[in-house]
Every structure is written in C-alpha cells, then in structure tokens.
Design a protein around this ligand. Sequence first.
Ligand code: ATR
Length: 289
Amino acid sequence: MQVEYSNSTRLLAVIGDPVAHSLSPLLQNTMIRALNRDDLYVAVRVEKGGLPAFLDAAKTLAFRGFNLTMPHKVDVIPFLSAMTPEARKAGSVNSVRLRDGRWEGHSTDGLGFRRALEDRNWTFEDQVVTILGAGGAARSIAMTAADSGAKKVLVVNRTLEKAQALCAEDPVLEAVALEDAEDAAAQTDLLINTTPVGMEGTGQTGSFPFLAALKPDAPAADCVYAPPVTPFMAAAEALGHPTMNGLGMLIYQAIYAYAFFREETFDGDRVTALGALLRRTLEGGSGNA
Ligand code: ATR
C-alpha cells in the first residue's frame, strides 16, 4: 500500500520473529490514512533477546508505540513502567506506547475478541463459555470473559496443568481435561478454539469429536482466520452450529491498539466504521503487508 509521511511523522511498528507476513502494517496504515493522522507503521524483525536494543532505538527515534508478536509478548513485561488491567490479567502485552519517556503496556486481544462477538450479537454475559487451549490467546479471552459476566469459563487443554494454572486466577474459570471435553461441550453456550489446529501452513487439520455433544445452536468461534472456513468451523457447521473465524478479533485488536497508541478512546461508531473498512481491506485481497 502507499503511505504518506512528513518531517513530523511519528513511527509505530510491529516487532517479532517472524514478522514478514504480519498483517498489522496493512491494518494500521489503512487506519492512519482513513483518520488522516501523521503516523507511519512498519514491521521490524526483532529476535528473542533483542528487546533491550530495540527499546533503546525506539526511544531515540521517538516511536509513538509498537505491537508485539512472538516471541516478545511476555518478555517485554520487565521493561514496562505501567500496564493496563487487561495486560496484567492477560499476563501478556501486545501493544506498548511511549508516554512521557516511559513504556506502557496493554493487551487488546481479549477486547478485540469480545467486540468481534458483538458483530454477531453474541456475548459472554451469563454464558457458559468453553475455551479450547490454554496459551496466550486463551488467557486473554478467558480473563475478558470472566470480567464480562460469563457464568462459567471452562478451559479445555491437552496439557491439563496449563489449564489449571490459568484457571487459578479467577473463581469463574475451571480447568477441564481433554478426556472430559464432551461433558464440557454439553453445557457450553459459546465454544472458542484458541489452538492453532487447522491453521494454514501448520499441516494439522485436527478433529473435534466432542463437537457432537455441543449444546444445540451454540456458536463455535475460531481464533484462526486462514483458511476463512477452518476445519473447526466446518465441523461445527456440519452439525448446524453458527460459526465465526478469527478475522474480527484480528481487526478489532488492531483498532483498540491504535486508540491506545494515540491515547484516545474511539467511540462505538468509529470502531464499527474502522472495522468495516479493515474487513473490506483484508477481504479485498490487498493483504500483502
Ligand atoms: P497462543 O499465544 O496463540 O495462544 P500458545 O501460547 O502457543 O499460542 O498456545 C497454544 C495452545 O494450543 C496451547 O494450549 C496448546 O496446548 P498445550 O498447552 O498442550 O501445548 C494448544 N495446542 C497447540 N497445538 C495443539 C494440538 N495439535 N492439539 C491440541 N491443542 C494444541
């Protein structure tokens, strides 16, 4: 995409390794242009252990902020002067801003997922929510669900200890072993896959036998967005469940991250309009970041 800059342009970045295929530059620069802001967003490959050098450079260059992907989301925490409640609860950070010479961290994954649910008129409130996986994405979503009034959040993971560690943090959360996934499915109002099973390029299609036990009509949402209809979604759709892929989460976490960088609160109409713009941008196929 074409970007504009001036002598007063502030820099933003996504850092990670690998980072070359990140969609963040496309999403963020599209927003920057739509909002007519004097920012420029780039992708920077930063290897594990490279954070201190990047942070020094970013301060020298007066970066406005940056997003983080693998392997930095947890490693960055000791370098931060402040964290939002969302980041503290998630135990990971996907957005950092520079304010008064200090680095502040935030996590927008759970908020982005919740906003994506709203597009479908789905909610965490009063629902039994079951989450597959117990990694970083699962933690962000589980904490957001707990904070948003979920009746119960069941975390199903093949490594039970990881689910138990996650669930120790809030009484609404409950760890479930994979063998007991059918029992969990039978009481589930909203099922969410946060594992990479079915993601393009992983070669894993996975199988989800417990879907047959899912409560009738319960939505099944995947955090994976490539392919657009994931194996998890296809299996749920075959059983008559409504589904959603991870594109909405990707889009809304980016919007909330940009608002955080700018120290602004975007109202609901702005979030909706930007969401529609970013979806058109991604689905229009100009997705080479
Ligand atoms: P993310 O930050 O995207 O959540 P992550 O922290 O690597 O990624 O977590 C991935 C989660 O998916 C983990 O809970 C992992 O299970 P383990 O805790 O047992 O490792 C789960 N996962 C990954 N591949 C899986 C597979 N093939 N089947 C089931 N679960 C899988």
